[in-house]
Design a protein around this ligand. Structure first.
Ligand code: ADP
Ligand code: MG
Length: 612
């Protein structure tokens, strides 16, 4: 373990896992993965401390999958996670990493989900169970979950479980599972109570702590933009357009796949962009850098590894499109700009659940990062008009226009047109391929939405996953009333056994829309309606049309006025003998999440002893 691990194939993982990782596009193990995977493969217990977003899931899931015996159908790995959202996320990650392991089954179990369904699923068997402590206890008590063959126990987000009052439940479980097992405990922080649990239940654990580097970067202006995943692309292009000092940019993303996709999208929008990743030959990579130097390219979309050490003085901007895992990576990234004594700009996109990473970076670099306001449509249009005027002035000053003056004089005489109108027509022609006005969809601008009084991301917040409070509910009502949220129709309803949480899960996971941007959901017989931001990009809609819930493609589209109005309790058409306008999980005016999602009635969020 002396040489640093830079590639997954340096870890002793089975070929199907490496193949899945290659397909997902992970290029290099994150620090916590590089540190933990060898220990876990060797059978050691682990006490791991690292912030959210650092890749802990793969750090435990990959070695666990490596050791699973597919031929046995009993649970061999149990992961305990604090919330159902996290349990689902972790289960999905297992599924993704195991995509090349035919016959593999993972099952998430959590409160609020139908017991009948869960019992049936448990009976079918699963190799890995990911559950919230309360529900796992329930099943252990009912003997519907047989953990005799368990070989690995993972406690994910242990401090969060402690904070939510689950620690007794966790200990209850720890005392009733086979003592002969591997245990891994992951936590963002290590309060004493967690250490005590670790000492009691872990055997000689290897301690891994991913700490943040400390550096200062002075000539670089650092800014951040709070932005949800689906809006990143639009935000990026707006920023690139209005930034005064823009010359060239390196845009950092997390995966190889993302480098290719984003570079293609930027090209489609008229930028000279290319990707740079570890899959490319050295020769190809060098060519990309050369093209960036000689201005054939203006934007390079890169992963950390591929961009290491790039030295191109004209890079005026580093965009952290996906937030880096740790401060060290951040410092390396932004060091690609501000070179050779020039000014540099670093812009960091921060999704709401990544706020703590922003604070961590600020602390470690000892520099505040300013909030960037997303340019509005008008600002972008102003900028385009200004540069158009500039071009016209330059032509007037430097070109010989006599031939064109004659053409125009002829037009003026023959057409009876005013010279101003002719000029306007020419301006129209000149900008047709790249319009001066941003297309107005008639919907409110999302730039205003993200700026509308959302909490300061740097204000300390108690919980990492915000639960809905009254203020947020009211805020969402207002968003709807003012057109920032719109009601969409999806082709999945009660007859497909869909629940609001299935729908939220699919939308959040497929399109990367934060669940707080997902409003009220009304279930009807063969369709549902859901409130989402009214300005979803075509890319996102495309993804959502294909996404599935209960095997059913969502086929999302804006709801018709009749469909949309059914929330108010008026039965709409097309539902004979239907729900009578009383959707399940959401009474009129009452967002479903109050009971149905964020605070499950099932009791997983309360600490409690199992019923005798
Ligand atoms: P944590 O559990 O520490 O909060 P996650 O496991 O949820 O972090 O990972 C955060 C994000 O990083 C996920 O989107 C995941 O797909 C991505 N990720 C994890 N490992 C890698 C890697 N080695 N390369 C690129 N992306 C990764
Ligand atoms: Mg995690």
């Amino acid at each position: 373990m002396t040489a640093p691990i830079e590639r997954f194939d340096q870890l002793d993982l089975q070929a199907p896992l490496l193949a899945a990782l290659a397909e997902i596009g992970y290029e290099t193990p994150s620090p916590i993965q590089a540190a933990c995977i060898p220990h876990l493969l060797a059978g050691n217990d682990i006490l791991g401390e690292a912030q959210t977003g650092t890749g802990k899931t793969a750090a435990f899931a990959l070695p666990a999958l490596h050791r699973v015996d597919i031929t046995k159908r009993n649970p061999q790995v149990l992961v305990l996670a604090p919330t159902r959202e996290l349990a689902i996320q972790v289960a999905e990650a297992f599924q993704r990493y195991a995509s090349k392991m035919p016959g593999f089954h993972v099952l998430p179990i959590y409160g609020g989900q139908s017991m009948v369904v869960q019992l049936r699923q448990l009976q079918r068997g699963a190799h890995v169970i990911v559950g919230t402590p309360g529900r796992v206890m329930d099943h252990m008590e009912r003997k519907s979950l047989n953990l005799e063959g368990l070989t690995t126990l993972i406690l994910d987000e242990a401090d969060e479980m402690l904070r939510m009052g689950f620690i007794d439940d966790v200990e209850w479980i720890l005392e009733r599972i086979p003592a002969e097992r591997q245990t891994a405990l992951f936590s963002a922080t290590m309060p004493d109570a967690i250490r005590r649990v670790a000492h009691r239940y872990l055997r000689d654990p290897k301690e891994v702590k991913i700490k943040s580097a400390t550096t200062t970067v002075s000539t670089i202006r650092q800014r951040f933009l709070q932005i949800a995943g689906p809006h990143k692309l639009d935000a990026l292009t707006r920023i690139l357009e209005v930034e005064d000092e823009f010359d060239a940019a390196i845009v950092f993303v997390r995966t190889k796949t993302a480098t290719v996709e984003l570079a293609e999208k930027l090209e489609a929008r008229g930028y000279a962009a290319a990707c740079l990743n570890g899959d490319m030959t050295q020769q190809l990579r060098e060519r990309v850098i050369e093209q960036l130097k000689n201005k054939t390219l203006d934007i390079v979309v890169a992963t950390d590894v591929a961009a290491r050490g790039i030295d191109v003085p004209r890079v005026s901007h580093v965009i952290n499109y996906d937030i880096p895992y740790d401060t060290e990576a951040y410092v390396h990234r932004i060091g690609r700009t501000g070179r050779a004594g020039r000014a540099g700009n670093a812009i960091l996109f921060v999704a709401p659940r990544e706020n703590h990473l922003l604070r961590q970076i600020e602390r470690a670099t000892r520099q505040p990062i300013e909030a960037l306001k997303l340019p509005s449509r008008e600002a972008v249009a102003d900028k385009r008009v200004a540069s158009f005027r500039q071009q016209v002035t330059e032509v007037l000053e430097s070109e010989d226009l006599s031939f064109f003056l004659n053409v125009i004089a002829g037009m003026e005489e023959n057409n009876d047109s005013d010279i101003r109108e002719i000029a306007a027509a020419l301006a129209y022609l000149a900008q047709k391929d790249r319009p001066l006005q941003m297309p107005d969809s008639g919907k409110p601008d999302f730039a205003q939405m993200s700026a509308s009084g959302k909490p300061d991301p740097r204000a300390p917040r108690e919980t990492r996953e915000p639960r809905e409070n009254r203020g947020e509910i009211l805020e969402r009502r207002r968003d709807y009333a003012e057109g920032r949220l719109a009601r969409y129709r999806i082709d999945v309803g009660r007859e497909h056994m869909a629940s609001p949480k299935d729908i939220v899960g699919a939308i959040a996971n497929e399109a990367g829309i934060e669940s707080r941007f997902i409003g009220q959901i009304n279930l009807f017989e063969d369709y549902s309606t859901v409130e989402l931001p009214s300005d979803l990009s075509n890319d996102v809609l495309q993804i959502l049309r294909r996404a599935r819930v209960r095997q059913q493609p969502l086929n999302i589209r804006l709801a018709s006025p009749e469909e949309a109005s059914r929330e108010r309790g008026r039965p709409g058409p097309g539902g004979p003998g239907g729900p009578g306008g009383a959707p399940r999980g959401a009474g009129p005016k009452k967002p479903f999440r109050k009971e149905g999602f964020d605070r499950p009635a099932g009791g997983d969020f309360k600490s409690r002893k199992p019923k005798p």
